[in-house]
Ligand binder design. Structure first.
Ligand code: AMP
Ligand code: MG
Length: 356
């Protein structure tokens, strides 16, 4: 492992039609078509791409990430017409949703078409499909043959990458190419919606929220294992059972009225510091001034929870680099994008919540 030469190329998203960008996209496409691995930015997180219809290529993704082979990959497409080539049945609701939210941060699950290999679907009869909103991503997908499996471009178990530097840390030497398109716009993975059940069910929350989907279709179900540590039931999205997004530190989420939360965090932090531990605190624009000890990081503002989603994984990675041993985080609202943030944070914390 880590013995390959990995090319890193910067792409300017404002100049996708320039000669330089076109040649980068073409080179990435050639690597993908010949069964290689290319990491590229999408609007959610960086993806690790391989030809989704080539089982050997899909297999390489698992090896590079150290990903368990029963954890299925999302097939990325660049044109809605391509959906029918990887899917057996498309319910009419899927077109209603695609019309509004594709391209975008939403993955839908369907019965798979025969040509999609089990290596891509983790052995399942269903396939997850997304058309990303990021135009550079769509150009790379198209150049690579149109069907690109692209899980998050991190080593399994680490926070998903939202910057090219995160991908370089995890995968340099293990893949053919990394395309650096700057920071990803959203910062948490796509919403996953299972279209094989009625009503459609959210298996993973993301930037396309339950409220938004209900506005289009009415009833939307939610996989209950998504929001709690329900050890008795297996989540319907296989990847959700793994302890994803894990920082090295022990992470606790502190929930309650703002003043009490800050007091509790200050007291737990100073007690750990006096025992000789390194402590990190995740606060917000509104509260960061209240913390008196430890390494305090501002995750964003509660006025705009998209800012919080955008910084979550970077902060977890920074605390890893800083060898922090205990992290205390405030809790965030569970409406809108907040439910995606809380879902990832709860998993990173192993569902450890302190109520004050
Ligand atoms: P990643 O691309 O790394 O965010 O991971 C993709 C996730 O999508 C997997 O971990 C699964 O949880 C989920 N997924 C992909 N395909 C399916 C499927 N056919 N059925 C249910 N969940 C899926
Ligand atoms: Mg992932």
């Amino acid at each position: 492992m880590r013995s390959m030469k990995t090319k890193v190329k910067k792409i300017d998203k404002m100049q996708l039609n320039s000669e330089v960008s076109r040649s980068i996209v073409e080179e990435a496409g050639d690597i993908l078509k010949s069964g290689g691995l290319v990491a590229f930015p999408t609007e959610t997180v960086y993806g690790l791409g391989a030809d989704a219809l080539n089982k050997d290529a899909a297999h390489k993704i698992y090896a590079a990430k150290g990903r368990p082979s029963d954890n299925p990959l999302i097939v990325h497409i660049a044109r809605i017409e391509d959906l029918k080539r990887v899917v057996r049945i498309i319910p009419k609701e899927a077109y209603i949703i695609a019309d509004k939210y594709w391209p975008g941060p939403l993955t839908m699950i369907f019965e798979k078409a025969e040509q999609v290999p089990y290596e891509t679907t983790g052995g399942l009869e269903t396939v997850a499909v997304r058309m990303p909103g990021d135009e550079a991503a769509r150009k790379i997908i198209e150049a690579g043959g149109g069907f690109i499996a692209a899980p998050s471009a991190n080593t399994s178990g680490r926070p998903s990458p939202t910057k090219a530097k995160h991908v370089i840390e995890d995968l340099s030497g293990s893949i053919d190419m990394i395309i650096d398109g700057g920071d990803t716009a959203i910062g948490v993975e796509s919403t996953i919606l299972d279209m094989t059940v009625i009503p459609p069910m959210i298996l993973r929350p993301g930037a396309v929220t339950k409220e938004m989907l209900e506005g289009l279709l009415g009833d939307i179900a939610v996989d209950r294992t998504m929001v709690s540590a329900d050890s008795g039931t297996a989540p319907k999205a296989p990847g959700m059972k793994y302890r994803h997004y894990a920082p090295k530190a022990e992470l606790s989420i502190v929930e309650g009225p703002t003043e009490l939360v800050a007091d509790a965090i200050n007291s737990m932090a100073s007690s750990r510091i006096s025992q000789g531990f390194r402590v990190g605190i995740i606060g917000t624009e509104e509260t960061k001034g209240k913390y008196r000890a430890g390494i305090v990081k501002c995750i964003g503002t509660r006025e705009d929870e998209m800012t919080i989603a955008g910084h979550l994984y970077t902060i977890l990675r920074e605390f890893d680099e800083e060898n922090v041993e205990y992290i205390y985080s405030e809790s965030f609202s569970t409406g809108g994008i907040g439910s995606a943030v809380m879902n990832r944070l709860l998993k990173a914390a192993g569902y450890h919540v302190i109520e004050v």
